[in-house]
Design a protein around this ligand. Structure first.
Ligand code: ADP
Length: 207
């Protein structure tokens, strides 16, 4: 169970807005996060990952406290070990597909399984510039999964995939999440995005 209670001032050109969220996410649950552009969806994921600090708040995962602004506790992103998929993929230009996964895992069997699920088995020696947008996006997803995360945070993760690829990839990801008991939060503006996934919905609106 993940418990989140945070307050963060957003610096928007329209003036200041406050992102205030209280939410709980069950183990193994999938939540789709939606809301208007600029509402703070990406910022919410960054706060959970430990990349952005809220002014006030508490985040606990099972019986571990990741963040407590009152007692000045804030675990580093490395210690939180979440699987992150950002909109810009953040791939390493000089690493091949396989090296991206080996960078975070030394389990060859696991890496091969991920490559199969992401349909990148025949591209293992390619660097990102020689991959299509969809292949780059799948690599970003596989790299996030390589650490066997208990929590996956994904920002528009399937935006570059065509419907066929999406409908083939998602069941593979889902089977791994079920196996690992991963809790998944997916930011998406597209109602068709999560084809075949049963997800709880959560709306984010700043005040
Ligand atoms: P969304 O993902 O819902 O489109 P974002 O989280 O990207 O929204 O951004 C929401 C607003 O928060 C934007 O106006 C942005 O300028 C502001 N913002 C982004 N990061 C920070 C930060 N670290 N501190 C304060 N404000 C931020």
């Amino acid at each position: 169970m993940i418990s989140i209670d945070i307050e963060k001032k957003l610096k928007a050109y329209r003036g200041e807005q406050i992102l205030k969220i209280s939410a709980q996410f069950d183990k193994s649950s999938i939540t789709k996060i939606y809301g208007p552009s600029g509402a703070g969806k990406s910022t919410f994921l960054r706060i959970i990952a430990g990349l952005v600090e809220p002014e006030h708040g508490k985040i606990s995962v099972d019986d571990m406290v990741w963040l407590d602004t009152l007692s000045k506790i804030s675990l580093s992103p490395q210690k939180r070990k979440v699987g992150l998929v950002f909109q810009n993929y953040a791939l390493f230009p000089n690493m091949t597909v396989r090296q991206h996964l080996e960078y975070v895992s030394d389990d060859t069997q696991w890496i091969n399984r991920l490559l199969f699920i992401g349909k990148l088995e025949t591209f293992t020696s390619h660097k990102p510039e020689y991959l299509s947008g969809g292949q780059q996006q799948r690599l970003a997803i596989l790299r996030a999964m390589a650490i066997k995360p208990k929590l996956m945070l994904m920002d528009e993760p399937f935006s570059a995939l065509d419907p066929k690829m999406k409908s083939e990839l998602i069941p593979g990801l889902k089977s791994i999440w079920d196996e690992l008991g991963t809790t998944v939060l997916i930011v998406s503006h597209n109602p068709q995005e999560l084809v075949g996934l049963t997800a709880t919905e959560m709306e984010i609106n700043p005040i």
